[in-house]
Ligand binder design. Structure first.
Ligand code: SF4
Length: 314
């Protein structure tokens, strides 16, 4: 009998990545943002409590995550280049990087020179989602701020590659556009980049739209079954690319998807700045669905026959 799509994806993942899942945690630095993105809780017009963490507060949050076992942190913020500046990021990186195995950033995009400085001071990866490859929809949901410029956003990804970031994360926000139209575009973009920047390792995230302070109705909802199919197709199209899954998804679905093609998972996440030590004191980006502790997620990964990897000294 011909193996199913899910079986093929599972085998392709095991062949390339083994039975391992990299563990990481997002650390929100700031929810201040100069962009107006209709689907996001941090969007500029939203009336939420805004906060940018001091460097000491960032280090305290990081220490909390380190104490839980994490050695791969993703620093996340709204896009506010003055509040989350190059100097702010380099200062945090210099202190934090020696305590970690991997440090990535998901903040406002920078030009190549700035990315180069970040690489030199220890940042390993940049995550920069295009959100959608449909230009019409992109225009309709990005109403204000520098992110409105579709082509410039694509160019920033290449700036990070030219600056020799070791890891570059691509992604679309599932639910913005019909996924059967988005996936070929995403895959083609990843293939172009992989050919041009063969030294860079690419990862892909596929966050599904969740309720947030914007009260934005999801235009093209993606079911759980479709989501599983998307992960499988992506794995088969790009066998060497890491696929990242966040705590936006429910535990049962996360446990299923890790057997199909996921290679990195967050756990115990908070999506508001300061949320690990002072929950709910600032506005969050979106609601989460997996509220298990990192230890509980790791136990579920082990139960599924995989090894949770906290420290990948790549
Ligand atoms: S998606 Fe990013 S740029 Fe847009 S409002 Fe949210 S944090 Fe700001």
């Amino acid at each position: 009998m011909e193996p199913s799509l899910f079986d093929k994806a599972h085998h392709a993942t095991i062949q390339r990545f083994g039975r391992t899942i990299q563990m990481y945690a997002p650390l929100y630095l700031s929810n201040e943002c100069i962009d107006t993105c209709r689907y996001c809780g941090f969007s500029r017009p939203n009336k939420i409590l805004r906060q940018t963490l001091t460097i000491d507060a960032v280090l305290n949050e990081a220490q909390f995550l380190i104490n839980q076992g994490f050695r791969h942190l993703l620093l996340v913020s709204g896009e506010h280049p003055k509040k989350v500046s190059l100097d702010y990021l380099t200062e945090i990186t210099k202190i934090l990087r020696p305590k970690l195995a991997l440090l990535s950033i998901e903040v406002a995009p920078f030009e190549e020179d700035a990315y180069r400085k970040l690489t030199e001071c220890g940042v390993d990866g940049v995550v920069l989602y295009q959100e959608t490859y449909n230009r019409e929809i992109y225009k309709k949901v990005h109403l204000g701020g520098p992110k409105k410029d579709y082509d410039k956003r694509l160019e920033f990804v290449e700036a990070a590659c030219r600056a020799k970031m070791r890891f570059v994360g691509l992604g679309i926000l599932l639910g913005l556009a019909p996924w059967r139209e988005e996936m070929p575009e995403l895959i083609a973009h990843a293939k172009r980049l992989m050919k041009k920047y063969w030294q860079t390792q690419f990862t892909i995230s596929l966050p599904r739209l969740k309720p947030c302070a914007s009260d934005f109705a999801v235009p093209h909802p993606v079911t759980d079954e479709a989501f599983a199919e998307i992960i499988a197709q992506l794995r088969l199209a790009l066998p060497e690319v890491g696929i990242i899954l966040s705590t936006r998804e429910k535990p049962a679905l996360r446990d299923r998807l890790l057997k199909i093609g996921v290679t990195q998972m967050s756990a115990g996440s908070k999506t508001e700045p300061g949320g690990y030590l002072h929950p709910e004191e600032a506005g969050k980006q979106f609601e989460l669905s997996d509220h298990r502790t990192p230890a509980e997620v790791a136990a579920a990964i082990t139960k599924a026959g995989y090894e949770p990897v906290w420290k990948d000294w790549i």
